[in-house]
Design a protein around this ligand. Structure first.
Ligand SMILES: Cc1ncc(COP(=O)(O)O)c(C=O)c1O
Length: 475
């Protein structure tokens, strides 16, 4: 449909955050260099300029933390502990009995927690079919899982969760995402926490997608906040390899830590070990001090911008993105309809065109970076696509043969604080061009092993990336 018919706001929305690499030139297939349009923010965001500056400022003082007596070690320790306090403050948990464990990312935080909750094999963890694999697979290692199903629109209601909480045997934990990385849908976390806590069941919040976009509901034993929260720096403009697990210190006070080693102990004899108190008990080995400093700086920067400004910016982008996609003939927007409150994330398919080809054409012809595949949330995406057991079995058989050409998937566009309305319009315009039959300058070929499409030319950046693959269906 014509752009003029789109029911979108006309307000100009620029970047709310300055990021490193904004406007980077991308050589396209027609020989023109275009500014990179980064619509893959749900995967990883670029570094903000302020975070990069905080890291550069810290690096001269970088040293090992906690153990050294010298000035640099003391200064680095102070910076590291300040970052921990910032993470706690960001989660609304400063000044109480909670602790923040610095780890690599959300995946590590959830694996760490699943180990530390001392679940037994027959215990039940209630989770949902919306979850990223990071909030599905760790629980399977230690307990049984019970799932809250979603409807065709990819959402569920509080009643669905209550039914799971009330089923026998009672779950030991509710593990839920704060926002879907596929549809951007925001489950009613506070209501879910209230329902779980009314039954004495603790809540684990996967805040990987929520943390950069909305305030984390504060917990501290209150009825409407999660008990444990995990999130990643690289999705909040601090891509220096640190993530956080926040929870009551008491949960980590006894038992074996997730990792055993130096830094987590008071005293070691050949037969005995006296573990430290948390959080040190949970951070064996040399921590990622630079990553922590970056994460702390990002937390302060986002808090400084303020949730109202962030939500307003993203609401305009989400509206334009989702309504714009839904209005294009041949595009099927997955998940709740436009008008539902979501993050500025949209996952879609294009009739008659492989998701990998759509993503490849956007990248190579328009300089637009999106993601395609299943987004590490296979159960959810299969439901949204309406693929049943036969389709899954066929895809699995293909993957086992090394043929990933027919693995189901979709395309995801996700915005961040540096995204402008112009970026969203660039995507909509490019899609309209591709769908309306604008020919590509060269033909594309699909790689059997990865399922990805690449322009059939040896010139250009796609030549070096072709061996690596860009889809996430395999993850
Ligand atoms: C909802 C959600 N949970 C967990 C993760 C895992 O995060 P990480 O890769 O930083 O461990 C992601 C990453 O995309 C995510 O979107």
């Amino acid at each position: 449909m014509a752009r003029a018919q789109l029911d979108t706001q006309t307000t100009a929305v620029g970047a709310l955050l300055e990021v490193v690499g904004a406007g980077l030139g991308v050589p396209c297939l027609d020989g023109v260099e275009r500014p990179y349009v980064d619509l893959d923010c749900a995967a990883s965001t670029p570094s903000s300029v302020a975070v990069a500056a905080a890291v550069a400022d810290f690096l001269p003082r970088y040293s090992s933390v906690h153990r050294g007596a010298g000035f640099k070690s003391r200064a680095a320790t102070e910076a590291y502990e300040a970052a921990r306090s910032r993470a706690l403050r960001y989660a609304g948990r400063e000044g109480g009995t909670d602790t923040a464990i610095i780890c690599r990312n959300t995946t590590e935080a959830l694996n760490h927690l699943a180990y530390r909750l001392r679940l037994e094999r027959d215990d039940v963890v209630l989770t949902t079919v919306l979850e990223h694999h990071a909030n599905l697979l760790p629980w399977a290692r230690y307990a049984q899982r019970r799932y809250v199903e979603c409807g065709a629109d990819g959402t569920f209601g509080v009643d669905d969760v209550v039914a799971g909480l009330d089923a026998a045997p009672a779950p030991k934990v509710l593990a839920v995402t704060g926002a879907s990385n596929v549809t951007g849908w925001l489950p009613p976390v506070e209501e879910l926490c209230a329902a779980a806590h009314a039954r004495g069941i603790p809540v684990v919040l996967d805040a990987a997608q929520l943390a950069p976009h909305r305030p984390i509901p504060a917990g501290r034993g209150g009825a409407d906040g999660p008990d444990f929260v995990a999130w990643s720096g690289h999705k909040m403009y601090a891509p220096f390899g640190a993530g956080v697990l926040v929870g009551p210190a008491a949960a980590f006070a006894d038992g074996e830590p997730f990792l055993a080693g130096g830094g987590a102990v008071e005293l070691v004899d050949l037969d005995e070990v006296l573990w430290s108190e948390p959080p040190e008990r949970e951070e064996a080995g040399s921590p990622n001090v630079v990553g922590a400093v970056a994460l702390g700086a990002a937390a302060d920067e986002l808090s400084g911008i303020g949730w109202e400004a962030i939500s307003r910016h993203e609401a305009v982008l989400a509206d334009r993105l989702r309504r714009g996609l839904a209005a294009i003939d041949g595009v099927r927007l997955l998940g709740p309809p436009p008008g539902t409150e979501t993050l500025a994330v949209a996952t879609f398919t294009v009739d008659g065109m492989h998701h990998g080809l759509v993503a490849a054409r956007l990248a190579a012809e328009f300089g637009i970076g999106v993601r395609h595949g299943c987004f590490c949330a296979h159960p959810y995406l299969l439901r949204l696509l309406g693929i049943g057991p036969d389709g899954v079995a066929a895809a699995r058989a293909g993957a086992l043969r090394g043929d990933r050409r027919h693995i189901p998937g979709a395309v995801r566009a996700s915005a961040g604080l540096a995204t402008t309305l112009g970026d969203v319009d660039a995507l909509l315009g490019a899609l309209e061009a591709v769908i309306s039959g604008t020919p590509s300058p060269v033909r594309y070929v699909q790689d059997t092993a990865t399922g990805d499409f690449f322009p059939a030319t040896t010139a250009g950046w796609w030549a070096f990336s072709s061996g690596v693959g860009g889809g996430c269906a395999r993850s």
